[in-house]
Design a protein around this ligand. Structure first.
Ligand SMILES: C[S@@+](CC[C@H](N)C(=O)[O-])C[C@H]1O[C@@H](n2cnc3c(N)ncnc32)[C@H](O)[C@@H]1O
Length: 401
C-alpha cells in the first residue's frame, strides 16, 4: 500500500510515518490517502504545504508525482537533451525473469496458450495481428480461478495496463483495429495512452446494467468499448445494419417514422456508437463459466466489423474464450492466452456446434429491416412492412395517372 508515488515523494515508509506527516502538514489523513490512492494531484493549498515541507517548488512536485500538464510538458520537451543524458546516467534496471507460456491446444484456426499475456506478446512479431480485442480484469477485487490479484493499487493497475497496451500497439498491423472493453473510469486512462499511438475511432457505449444503483451517483449502465486503428485508414470496416427496433409484444413501431417509412433502408438501421442489444450472459445454456464471460453477439459484431476471413485476431485475456470461439466460427486465425485454467476453453471448443448455430442465427437477422419472423407478426397485427409501403405508393401513383 505504501509503494506509491506520493508516499515516496514525502519519504513515507510506514503507517506511523504517514500519520505523522499528515499531522505535520495539517492535511487530514483521509485526504492524504485519497490523493495517494487515487493518483490525484493535491489541491493548491495542500500542494503548497507539501512543497514547503519538502523544500521544493510546485514544478518539482509535479515531476515527482508524474502529474505532467502541457505547460510542464513543453518545458520538458525544450530540455530533451539534458533530460535524456540524465536518464542515460541511471543504473540499468535488472531484467525481470521471463515467465514461460505453454501452448495448450490448437484448432483449425487458432493457438491457445497458458501463461502471462505480456510474456507471450514479447515473443510476437511487431505488426503481426489484424485485430485485437482486450477485456482485462477491472481491478474490482473479483475472484479469478487463476488466483490473479484483482485488487492492486490504482498506480500498479495503471502501470500494468500501460505495459500490455503498449505491447498490443506494437504487434498490431498498420490499418489493424484494437478494441478495449472496460469500465468508463479505466477507459479514460486507456485512451490517454492509446491516443498517443493509435487513431481514435469510437467510444462505443454498450448498455448493460452491471451493478445496483449507488447512492449519490448516476446508475452505471454502460461499459465503454474503445475502438482504435493503427494509422489513419482501417484495413477492414464491414458495417452491418440492424433490424428496426419494435415493440416486443405486438411487433409494432416504437418510434413514429411519419412519412419517412419508405426512406428507411430495407437492409436495416445504421449501427451507432450506442449498442443496447447486447445481452449479458445469464442463461445457463449460453454461459460456460463464472461471471466474466462476454456475449458471443458482442464478439461476432466486433470481429465481423473490423476483420476479414483469414485475418489474425488476438485477445490477451482469454477468460472463457469467447473471442476465440467467435474467431474460429468466423474463419479468422486466432491467438489466445489465459493465465488461469484453460480446460473450460478447450471444453467450449468441443461443444462448438450450438455456438455456430447461434452465430448463424445472428447473421441471418442482420442487414434486414425486419426478420422474417417479425415481418409475419407485423402483417398479422396490421403493421406496415417495406412491401406494403411499396404497394401503397404504387397505388397512389396509378391514381395520379
Ligand atoms: C474479464 S476476464 C475475460 C473474459 C472473456 N472476455 C470472456 O468473454 O470470457 C479476464 C481474464 O484475464 C485473465 N488474466 C488476468 N491477467 C492475465 C494475464 N497477465 N495474462 C493472461 N490472462 C490474464 C483472468 O484470469 C481472466 O480470466
Amino acid at each position: 500500500m505504501l509503494d506509491n508515488q506520493l508516499y515516496k515523494a514525502l519519504n513515507i515508509q510506514s503507517d506511523n510515518e504517514l500519520k505523522n506527516v499528515a499531522k505535520i502538514l495539517k492535511i487530514p489523513l483521509s485526504t492524504l490517502k485519497y490523493y495517494a490512492e487515487r493518483n490525484i494531484f493535491p489541491s493548491e493549498a495542500d500542494a503548497n504545504k507539501m512543497c514547503e515541507y519538502l523544500g521544493i517548488d510546485i514544478l518539482e512536485l509535479q515531476l515527482k508525482l508524474g502529474s505532467i500538464d502541457y505547460n510542464l510538458l513543453k518545458k520538458l520537451m525544450n530540455h530533451s537533451k539534458e533530460i535524456r543524458s540524465l536518464i542515460e546516467d541511471e543504473e540499468p534496471q535488472e531484467e525481470k525473469e521471463k515467465k514461460s507460456v505453454d501452448l495448450v491446444f490448437t484448432t483449425d484456426y487458432g493457438k491457445m496458450y497458458k501463461g502471462d499475456c505480456i510474456s507471450l506478446m514479447q515473443t510476437m512479431e511487431s505488426n503481426s495481428v489484424d485485430l485485437i480485442f482486450a477485456d482485462p480484469p477491472f481491478n474490482l477485487d473479483k475472484q479469478y480461478e487463476s488466483g490473479y490479484n484483482d485488487k492492486v493499487s490504482e498506480q500498479e493497475y495503471l502501470q500494468w495496463t500501460e505495459q500490455w497496451l503498449l505491447e498490443c500497439v506494437r504487434i498490431l498491423k498498420d490499418g489493424g483495429a484494437m478494441f478495449v472493453w472496460n469500465l468508463p473510469k479505466w477507459n479514460t486512462y486507456i485512451s490517454t495512452t492509446l491516443n498517443r499511438y493509435l487513431e481514435f475511432r469510437h467510444w462505443i457505449a454498450v448498455d448493460i446494467k452491471y451493478r445496483l444503483p449507488i447512492k449519490n451517483r448516476l446508475y452505471p449502465s454502460h461499459y465503454g468499448l474503445l475502438y482504435y486503428i493503427k494509422g489513419s485508414k482501417p484495413n477492414s470496416f464491414n458495417e452491418s445494419r440492424l433490424p428496426l427496433e419494435i415493440c416486443r409484444h405486438c411487433a409494432g413501431d416504437i418510434h413514429d417514422y411519419g412519412g419517412y417509412k419508405d426512406k428507411l433502408n430495407e437492409k436495416g438501421i445504421n449501427l451507432t456508437d450506442v449498442w443496447d442489444d447486447i445481452p449479458p450472459v445469464r442463461h445457463s445454456k449460453y454461459k460456460t463459466r463464472g461471471s466474466n464471460e462476454l456475449s458471443l453477439k458482442l464478439l461476432e459484431r466486433i470481429i465481423s466489423l473490423a476483420s476479414n476471413e483469414g485475418d489474425t485476431v488476438f485477445d490477451p485475456f482469454g477468460g472463457s474464450g469467447t473471442t476465440y470461439i467467435a474467431s474460429e466460427i468466423l474463419k479468422r486465425k486466432w491467438i489466445g492466452i489465459e493465465i488461469g485454467p484453460t480446460e473450460a476453453i478447450k471444453q467450449r471448443f468441443e461443444d462448438i456446434e450450438w455456438q455456430r448455430e447461434y452465430i448463424k442465427d445472428l447473421q441471418s437477422n442482420s442487414n434486414v429491416l425486419f426478420t422474417e419472423k417479425i415481418k409475419k407478426k407485423r402483417i398479422a397485427n396490421g403493421h406496415w412492412t417495406p412491401e406494403t409501403i411499396g404497394k401503397k405508393k404504387e397505388k397512389q401513383q396509378s391514381l395520379k395517372i
